[in-house]
Design a protein around this ligand. Sequence first.
Ligand code: PAF
Length: 296
Amino acid sequence: MGIPIIRTVAELRSIVAVWRRDGLKVAVVPTMGALHEGHLSLVRAGLAKADRVIVTLFVNPKQFNSPADLIAYPRTEYDDAAKLAPLGAHILYAPDAADIYPQGFATTVSVSGVSAGLCGTFRPGHFDGVATVVTKLFLETGADMGFFGEKDFQQLHVVRRLVGDLDIPIKIVACPTVREGDGLAMSSRNARLSAPERRAAPRLAEILFETARRLNCEDCIDRVLDEARQAILAAGFSQVEYLELRTGEDLAVIAIPNRPARLLVAAWLGQTRLIDNAEVWSRGSVQGFVQAAAAA
Ligand code: PAF
C-alpha cells in the first residue's frame, strides 16, 4: 500500500487530532524531497521512537538564494512516496506553496547568533527561510519530536534555538550524517555532480576528517586549516567558502579544540556547493587522545 499524501493543513490536523486522542506519539521529518538514505535514516529513527511519523515534503522557496537554484532543485514526489511506503512512514505531507505562503504572508522567523557566519554569510536570508518554514511545519504537525541530520549542522543549531526561544513543545533529535561508501556525505545536491566531479567529491570528507585529527595534536591551527583549504582546491574544488572550527555545543568561534568542537566546511565543485562537518574531540579527552593518535 502507498503512503497517504496530504496536501492541506486542515486534513493534516484532523488526522493528527485522532492520533492525539489515542495517546500516540508523533514525529516529524522535515524534507525538501529528493529523498536519499540520509532522509530514510531519519524516518527510521522517527519510527523507532514515535508511534506515528509524518514526513514533510516542501521545496521551500524562502530558503533559496538564487532563483536558478530553486528551479534546478530536484522534484521527485512520486519516487519519494515510493521510498517511504515500505519503511512504514504514516503520512507524506506535501503542501502547495500557496498553502504554506498564502497571499499576504508577512511573517519571518529570524534566529540571530547561530545563524551568523558559516552558511549564514554565504547564503544571506537562508536561515530565515529555514526557520520560518520549520516553525510552520512544527505548528501544523503538532509533532512531539523532530528529526534532523547532523550534515546540516548549523541548521540543526538554528532549529534547536528557535524551538527553545519560542517554547515550541517539540524535542529535536539529531541523527548522524549518512555517507556513501567512499565517504561523501549524502545530499540531494550530489545528483548534480558530473562523473569526474563525483570522483573528486569524496576528497572533501577525507580532508575534513584528516584535518579534524590533526587539530587534536598540532599547535598551529591556522596552518593546519590553511593546508586543508589548499588540499581541497588541489582536489579540484573551485572555491572553499569556509573551513572553520566551532564549538559543538553553540557554534561559537574557537581557537583550539579545548572543548568538544566541530570542523565545518562548504566548498564548490563545479556548479555544486557541498557542505560537511566532522567532530573534533577536546584535547585531553579520551576521544581526543584517540583522534590525536590516529593523526600521528
Ligand atoms: O534540510 C532541509 O531539507 C530543509 O532545510 C528543511 C529542514 C526541510 C526546511 O525546508
